[in-house]
Write a protein that binds this ligand. Structure first.
Ligand code: IPE
Ligand code: IPE
Ligand code: MG
Length: 258
C-alpha cells in the first residue's frame, strides 16, 4: 500500500468535525503527546505484515493533527521511534525509516501550508544521511510557522535526553548551584515548550516506554485499547473529554477542598 498524502487524500473532503457540545472548552490541553502503539497488532489482526500497520499508522496522523488543531491544541508530540526500537528486526527498522522518509516528502509542504512547525526530539546518531537531511529540510522549511507545533520524537529516549542535558551543562562549565530544574528543562529537546498536559497511549498499554520522563511529571494519562491506525476523531474527543473531567492538583489542595 503506497503512502498517500495526509492532506490531499481524496477520501477526506470535509474539514475536521466540530467538537461535541459536552467538551469543556476551558480544559483543552495545550500540549498532547501520543504514544502511537499497536501498529503491529493492527496489521496482524488483518493477516498483514507489520509494515502495513506502520503505513496505516502514519496515514492516521492527518486526521489526528487536523482535529488537534481544530480543538485548540497548541503542541502535539508523536512518539515515532524509540532508542529501544533499534532492537527490532533489521527489515522493520529499515521499513520504518523508509515510511518516515516518504511521509516527510509527502507531508512537509502541506504541513507548512497549514502553519505547522515541525520539530525533532531525539538524536540523529545512526540515522541514514538521506533521512537525516529530509528531517532537517522539513524543520528548516517550517521553522517560522506558529499555528501548531508538531514534535516528532524519533530516535528518542527520555533517559538519553536527560543525560545529554546534564552533559551540556557540565561541558558549558555551569556552576553546581546553577544546575536546577529550570536549567535541565532548558537543555532538553523540548526547551521552551510547555510540558505535555495529556499523554495518550493506544493499544491498551499503561507505560511510558522511555517517553518524556522529565516533562511528564504532572501530565494526565489516558489509555485506550484501540490500536493506533484506528484511533480516530471520536477516540480523540473521548480522550479530550476524559482530560477535561480530571482535576489537576499539582501537589496542592484545590480551593473547594480547603
Ligand atoms: C508502534 O506500534 C509503532 C512503533 C513502535 C514504531 P508497534 O510496532 O509497537 O505495534 P505493536 O505494539 O507491536 O502492536
Ligand atoms: C513505544 O512503543 C515506542 C513508540 C510508540 C515509538 P513500543 O511498542 O516500542 O513500546 P513497548 O516495547 O511496548 O514498551
Ligand atoms: Mg508496541
Amino acid at each position: 500500500m503506497p503512502l498517500t498524502s495526509l492532506w490531499r487524500d481524496a477520501s477526506r473532503t470535509t474539514p475536521a468535525p466540530a467538537p461535541p457540545a459536552d467538551i469543556d472548552r476551558t480544559m483543552v490541553p495545550r500540549h498532547v503527546a501520543f504514544i502511537m502503539d499497536g501498529n503491529g497488532r493492527w496489521a496482524r489482526q488483518r493477516g498483514q505484515p507489520r509494515l502495513f500497520g506502520h503505513r496505516a499508522g502514519t496515514q492516521n496522523l492527518r486526521r489526528i493533527l487536523e482535529t488537534c488543531g481544530a480543538r485548540g491544541v497548541e503542541v502535539v508530540t508523536i512518539y515515532a521511534f524509540s532508542t529501544e526500537n533499534w532492537g527490532r528486526p533489521q527489515d522493520e527498522v529499515t521499513g520504518l525509516f523508509q515510511i518516515l522518509s516518504e511521509a516527510i516528502v509527502l507531508e512537509a509542504p502541506a504541513l507548512h501550508a497549514r502553519g505547522v512547525q515541525i520539530r525533532h526530539l531525539g538524536s540523529m546518531a545512526g540515522i541514514p544521511d538521506r533521512l537525516a537531511g529530509r528531517i532537517k529540510d522539513a524543520i528548516r522549511l517550517t521553522a517560522l510557522n506558529e499555528r501548531l507545533i508538531l514534535n516528532v520524537a524519533f530516535n528518542y529516549g527520555a533517559r538519553a535526553e536527560i543525560v545529554e542535558a546534564v552533559r551540556k551543562l557540565v561541558t558549558a562549565g555551569t556552576p553546581v548551584e546553577a544546575i536546577d530544574e529550570a536549567a535541565i528543562s532548558a537543555n532538553l529537546y523540548t526547551a521552551g515548550l510547555p510540558d505535555p498536559d495529556l499523554i495518550v497511549r493506544t493499544a491498551g498499554e499503561f507505560r511510558l516506554s522511555n517517553f518524556l520522563l522529565w516533562q511528564a511529571a504532572y501530565a494526565e494519562y489516558y489509555s485506550t485499547p484501540t490500536c493506533w491506525p484506528d484511533f480516530d476523531e471520536p477516540e480523540l474527543d473521548r480522550a479530550m473529554a476524559a482530560y477535561a473531567a480530571r482535576r489537576r492538583k499539582f501537589g496542592g489542595v484545590p480551593d473547594a477542598d480547603g
